[in-house]
Design a protein around this ligand. Structure first.
Ligand SMILES: NC(=O)c1ccc[n+]([C@@H]2O[C@H](COP(=O)([O-])OP(=O)(O)OC[C@H]3O[C@@H](n4cnc5c(N)ncnc54)[C@H](OP(=O)(O)O)[C@@H]3O)[C@@H](O)[C@H]2O)c1
Length: 399
């Protein structure tokens, strides 16, 4: 039985991971889980999987979880709180696999610590790779850790690259659904509501990644993620819009061949692949019916309406702390949009301001995780300032 720890067990990826664990029972034993505030679900998961360690975001949630577990007559696990708790989950001494599925920069330290311990890290939480992918890969090589992508596009690329030599690969092609605003005129995007932005055409996901898909920042972050996962140069990583979301990504080879991975839009497939690699096991889910596919379309993305794409390539090329700056500015801007403080197109304006400030100040090198964390903290403060300015301009405009 392989022991597994799950960061973000109450989220979309976390719940799908537990579904895979159930399907493959008794292959995995869940030894540690973390959530944020969903103590009801954490209590159910604890009662069912009996992990030794459970982590929640605050002491109030720890108290609430304890009461819920007592009401369920469940033996209490060790309950931890906040970042210490996430670190305890990520470094559980028996965990062989750590699933990294919290959201945003929050996952950086715990994921990095799991890599330092030489674990297999099944990584869905792309932001840590964006912020410090080079350091994570270096540590993984030094400590014998494996980083296996759960993100469907990178998982598809991992499958396509199996057995191929890197020098025979010309390009990695990331597919993108195009999100809810694929064909929406810019003027309408300026006025887009939260509900409109949250309407992803093909995937059911958490709110942050859903907004990232609407701005196409998700694809920009994925370009940086692909760079660090597979070691290809920015100009070798392309994005194509593929509204059907059937081809999850592809590679182009020197002889002109393309290899693609196709499948239904169900995260349980990439999750199972990352947990069981190099084995490929049966997954009893509805199959893709090729004959029902009317068409598979591919378009170039509109970089004018989706400035997040070029901002991401720019941050990757600038190097150093620039991707961490991009990520922090995006996280703050998405939260501000979801809180109704800024408009949809302001998200990329705010990120552009943060990247341009970083460039003007001279991009600092990224030599340690602390460098990434400092860039994250400073950019968050700076970006809050930009947002306050934007909000006051909007108020002046309205008065
Ligand atoms: N969903 C997908 O299909 C998908 C696909 C590819 C990549 N990803 C990536 O995978 C990651 C997870 O995505 P998701 O869609 O699963 O997100 P999600 O549904 O929002 O889940 C996020 C998880 O993180 C926990 N969390 C949030 N804030 C926390 C805090 N302050 N302290 C501790 N835990 C906290 C949440 O706990 P509570 O809910 O208990 O608060 C939840 O368990 C993201 O980086 C995303 O980009 C997701």
């Amino acid at each position: 039985m392989q022991k597994i720890a799950i960061l973000g067990s109450t989220g979309s990826i976390g719940r799908n991971t537990l579904d895979v664990v159930d399907r493959l029972s008794p292959r995995f034993q869940v030894v540690a889980i973390s959530g944020g505030i969903n103590t009801g679900l954490l209590a159910e998961q604890t009662a069912r999987y009996k992990p030794e360690i459970v982590s929640v975001s605050t002491t109030a949630h720890a108290k609430d979880l304890t009461e819920r577990l007592e009401a369920l007559n469940t033996a209490l696990p060790k309950i931890y709180v906040g970042m210490d708790g996430m670190l305890a989950v990520a470094t559980h001494p028996q965990a062989e696999i750590v699933v990294s599925a919290t959201v945003g920069a929050l996952g950086l330290l715990p994921t990095y610590k799991a890599i330092e311990l030489g674990r297999r890290v099944a990584i869905a939480n792309k932001e840590p790779l964006v912020m410090a992918g080079e350091l994570m890969q270096k540590r993984a090589r030094e400590n014998g850790a494996e980083i296996l992508p759960v993100d469907s596009e990178h998982n598809a690329l991992h499958q396509c690259l199996r057995g191929e030599k890197n020098h025979e690969v010309v390009k990695l092609v990331l597919t993108a659904s195009g999100g809810p605003f694929r064909n929406t005129p810019r003027e309408e995007m300026e006025k887009a509501s939260i509900a409109q932005a949250m309407k992803h055409p093909t995937w059911q996901m958490g709110s942050k990644i859903t907004i990232d898909s609407a701005t196409m920042m998700n694809k920009g972050l994925e370009v940086i993620e692909a760079h660090w996962l597979f070691g290809f140069a920015p100009e070798q990583i392309d994005i194509v819009i593929h509204p059907q979301s059937v081809v999850h990504s592809m590679i182009e080879l020197v002889d002109g061949s393309f290899l693609a991975q196709l499948g239904r839009t169900d995260m349980r497939l990439p999750i199972q692949y990352a947990l069981t690699y190099p084995d490929r096991l049966v997954l009893d889910l509805p199959r893709l019916d090729l004959t029902s596919l009317q068409k598979l379309e591919f378009f170039a993305p509109d970089r004018e309406r989706f400035p997040a794409i070029d901002l991401s390539y720019k941050a990757l090329r600038l190097g150093g702390i620039a991707p961490a700056v991009l990520n922090a500015a995006n996280e703050v801007a998405v939260a501000a949009f979801l809180a109704g403080k800024i408009g949809f197109m302001d998200i990329s304006r705010v990120i552009a301001q943060a990247i341009s400030t970083c460039e003007k100040q001279g991009v600092k090198e990224l030599n340690s995780i602390e460098d990434a964390l400092n860039a994250d903290t400073q950019t968050r403060q700076l970006t809050e300032g930009f947002i306050a300015e934007l909000a006051s301009l909007t108020l002046v405009g309205k008065s």
